[in-house]
Design a protein. Sequence first.
Length: 363
Amino acid sequence: VSDVNYDIHYAGYEVNEMCQFFGGSALRILYETSIILFSYGVMWLYAAIFSDSLADRAPVHVGSLSPFYFYAFIFCGIMIVLSMRDLEGQLKIQITLTVVAVTMMVIMIITAGIEIGSESAAKHRAAPLADWDGFGQIFSTAVLAQVCHQGAPGLTRLIRDKHLAQRIFIAAIVTVAILYNLIGIVTVEYFGRDVNAVITLNWDNYDVWGSGPSWFRNTISYVVTLFPVVPVFAAFPLYAITLARTYENMVPKTWENKYSKQSIRTITRLAAALPPLVGGTLFRNVASVVAYTGLAGFAVGFVVPAVLVLRARSKCSERFGAGNTTCYFENAIARKWIVYGVLVFSIFAFPLSVVTIADPHVF
């Protein structure tokens, strides 16, 4: 539909609003349930990782309070403050933290990769080329690492030229996928079966470049093990604000007449940020949180986007006539056979992941 003006400036629709418009209440409920579970799980994970990393490398004892809880309280306070601010007010902070995060991932890849096959690597138990027992875990982890669909509307508002949004998101997803895969490969090749669930903690006693100066090895060890602090600071507010906006769209009309917009905004931000902060303090099993959070990401990353594409095309066909179903922003990825392939893939992959997480030795 080439004569339609697709310019969008600041106003936009959240994903749950699009689900209601294109797919009705059933799709909206599926998305809202999944995004709540997924977002809480991710933020829960971030809270646990932040406190664990700092307590391990920079322990601070305040009376009878353990270092973990000390950092947990600090993280809770800072994240609540950042979650109350809109993304537009955090742009410079987010850019800075992103640059630091990418730099740190490159350091991890280089320092682990260069030691593969060395004497220090030989100290660890070698891992097999493939291990089906870990399928459910790795699949959930991959879903958790790559799913960012829920934040697209909010992040798109920050892009001045909306025509660049598609290229930006594709570049970001591909870049993250390459970095995560490289980190996973070089880490398992170096640490083998001794790899820690929190990947950066593998550098706790890392003998990088064993023949080099000790100050260099210690610096690398501290920098890498403290690295989770950076992406967590950047990502937690993104998830909290996105979930809060979803909550705002779920607020009953009676509330809108009874409470001010600022009051509703404060309540939804707290409702989004507080539960995972408390949960991350009480339950710290990172592997379990990742596994089950990734399951919730199936609907967010695979099912809902695919259904939205199909329903949007159907709406366009009804409104503009058969044949006028190509959106200005579409690309080859949105071809019908690929969309249906994603749905079929989800139907088989989701139950398989559930089974292998429940019983890793099922195969």
